[in-house]
Design a protein. Structure first.
Length: 254
């Protein structure tokens, strides 16, 4: 059994074939799928999907850094509104993204810290988006870490130094399709890290792994990431599945 700890299969890209997507995942032993939130506009689709597949899809809620704009405080109010209306398993996808636009960098930092505090007060894990922003993200998480904060650095692609910093914070590394890319050095970093610090993810519909690169990603493709990880560690894929599934279960309480 595998757990996809990061998938946006509630998005519009899957409107026409979501039932098939869920079945494909299940047929490939991906039996649990974590659904991170983006903003208030996506919450209904996310919740509807988790209600339709309550034993497969597990919802998170949060304001994604690329959705942070001038109205971010209203968006954070929406996060708190939904928190009282539905069962969630964590706060995410949150963080800082300085790749696309730096206009709202201060607002991104404020929204990130606010949602970390929300996670701590509700004893939730957090799922962190980091893009061109590791130092900024690390500083805030390190300041907020009081021993109760846990979570995953989603789509980790950093080096050994960054990996050690994440692990020392008590966080897991989310490993996705980038691991399979020929131009990626992630394998060299990962082989030095104990498997107990990793969870698997697809980030569907983005970052499809080889041999599906360039296509719309889906949760069933998690098997290719697990197989690549087994190659890196030179262990059976069943062992990768067992350990990463346990890691994900412990993190999200599923």
């Amino acid at each position: 059994m595998l757990i996809d700890t990061h998938s946006h299969i509630y998005s519009d890209e899957f409107n026409s074939d979501i039932d098939e997507i869920i079945q494909n995942a299940y047929n490939n032993d991906v039996k649990k799928i974590i659904l991170p939130g983006i903003d208030s506009g996506s919450m209904k689709r996310l919740i509807d999907l988790s209600n339709s597949y309550p034993h497969i899809c597990y919802p998170l809620l949060g304001l994604h850094p690329t959705s942070v704009a001038a109205d971010y405080k209203e968006e954070l109010q929406a996060v708190e509104y939904w928190l009282d209306k539905h069962k969630f398993y964590g706060i995410g996808e949150i963080g800082i993204d300085l790749y696309w636009d730096r206009t709202f960098i201060d607002e991104q930092k404020d929204a990130f810290r606010y949602q970390i505090k929300l996670a701590k007060s509700n004893q939730f894990p957090i799922v962190i988006h980091v893009r061109n922003s590791f130092d900024e993200v690390y500083k805030i998480v390190n300041e907020e870490q009081d021993g109760s904060l846990k979570g995953v650095f989603h789509c980790f692609t950093g080096d050994n130094t960054e990996a050690k910093k994440v692990i020392d914070l008590g966080f897991l590394l989310g490993i996705g399709g980038v691991l399979t890319f020929k131009n990626s050095n992630l394998s060299e970093t990962i082989e030095k890290i104990d498997l107990k610090h990793l969870v698997l993810e697809t980030d569907s519909p983005y970052l499809a792994p080889v041999p599906k690169r360039g296509r719309r990603n889906e949760s069933s493709y998690l098997v290719y990431i697990a197989q690549k990880l087994a190659e890196v560690y030179q262990i059976p894929v069943e062992q990768v599945s067992e350990i990463t599934t346990l890691n994900a279960r412990n993190l999200f309480g599923i």
